[in-house]
Design a protein around this ligand. Structure first.
Ligand SMILES: Nc1ncnc2c1ncn2[C@@H]1O[C@H](COP(=O)(O)OP(=O)(O)OP(=O)(O)O)[C@@H](O)[C@H]1O
Ligand SMILES: [Mg+2]
Length: 312
């Protein structure tokens, strides 16, 4: 079943000559993690704002948990949780007070609130900080508390707009694990946005790559990378004159480039081919300084479809 159905959705901001979201259509299946991946200004937050009823679409339709985001706002709001791109905790309150306040708004009774607060804090490992004012939390702790707040009321769909923006690599990985754990243990459908391709790659079942308001590619990260195909093996050689053309004779090589002391070879399953490549190099007396195998990344996919890098 689809948790989200988007049909021909468009949003133009007043005064802009272009559409921030430009006729997009896709579904998100129940229970999956879906990522919108794209550079600054791609239209990710605008899409999230429409799906969470904070912004009206200019045209087109979207349903979340079966409810129309324009015609049935209240039902949509009861079914969702949101973590905004901009921090939105009350810094003067403790972690517990922030969570309790939020749960009250959703009409959760006292006993259940206390139980749920314990549960969510355990998941994001903030139990020992629960009675500290948020002002004294680190950036990563604040983000974890926001995550906990986003799902304390058991939403069907949880929206996370840039959940790891500005966090260091270590904290980012921990947040990824909480998101996965949440998806596993509570079965909640998660839609998140990011411009980190590793984040999309690590976390999501399906990724929609967004650029200039459009969805330019949509599939599993694996299928998208397979589309790019080949692995890239690059050889760094000691300076000298070698018969590097010999690599072209290997029947599994699909592309050969030589620049200065580097030879770049494309092939399927580079991991299995490196021994043969090294054997040829040794036979020809080609002195190899280093070997590097690179699998295609979502960055290569973005590059393939747009001719640009995500972080330009
Ligand atoms: N309130 C607004 N008024 C006018 N234009 C806006 C407004 N909000 C966003 N835009 C424009 O709409 C486009 C999409 O913006 P949006 O915030 O959806 O992008 P994003 O993908 O979330 O980017 P980021 O990765 O930087 O958060 C941008 O060109 C932006 O300048
Ligand atoms: Mg944004």
């Amino acid at each position: 079943m689809a948790a989200i159905e988007i049909k021909d959705l468009m949003r133009r901001y007043r005064g802009n000559g272009f559409a921030a979201v430009d006729h997009i259509s896709f579904n998100v299946e129940s229970g999956e993690i879906f990522t919108l991946l794209g550079p600054n200004g791609a239209g990710k937050t605008t899409t999230i704002k429409i799906l969470t009823t904070l912004l009206k679409p200019t045209s087109g339709t979207a349903k979340v948990a079966g409810f129309d985001v324009d015609k049935d706002k209240d039902s949509v709001r009861k079914s969702i949780g949101i973590v905004f791109q901009e921090p939105s905790l009350d810094w003067r309150l403790t972690g517990r007070e922030n969570l309790d306040f939020h749960a009250r708004i959703y009409g959760i009774g006292r006993e259940e609130r206390e139980e749920r607060i314990e549960e969510v804090l355990k998941l994001v490992e903030l139990k020992d900080k629960v009675d500290v004012v948020v002002d004294k939390y680190s950036g990563g702790m604040k983000r974890r508390l926001e995550l906990a707040r986003g799902f304390i009321h058991n939403p069907k769909v949880l929206f996370l707009d840039e959940p790891t923006l500005g966090l260091d690599t270590h904290t980012r990985r921990r947040i990824w694990d909480y998101i996965r754990e949440l998806n596993d243990s509570e079965g909640v459908t998660i839609v998140l946005t990011t411009h980190h391709m590793e984040e999309a790659d690590y976390l999501c079942d399906h990724v929609g790559i967004m650029d200039r308001g459009e969805i330019i590619a949509l599939d599993t990260p694996k299928n998208l990378k397979d589309l790019i195909g080949s692995d890239v093996v690059s050889l760094e050689m000691n300076t000298g004159s070698y018969n590097t053309g010999i690599f072209k004779k290997l029947d599994f090589i699909t592309d050969f480039r030589k620049q200065d002391d580097f030879v770049t070879l494309k092939m399927e399953r580079g991991d299995l081919r490196i021994p043969s490549i090294m054997e040829v190099a040794m036979r020809e007396g080609i002195e190899i300084k280093s070997v590097n195998l690179r699998k295609p990344s979502l960055e290569d996919v973005f590059l393939h479809f747009t001719g640009r890098r995500i972080r330009e």
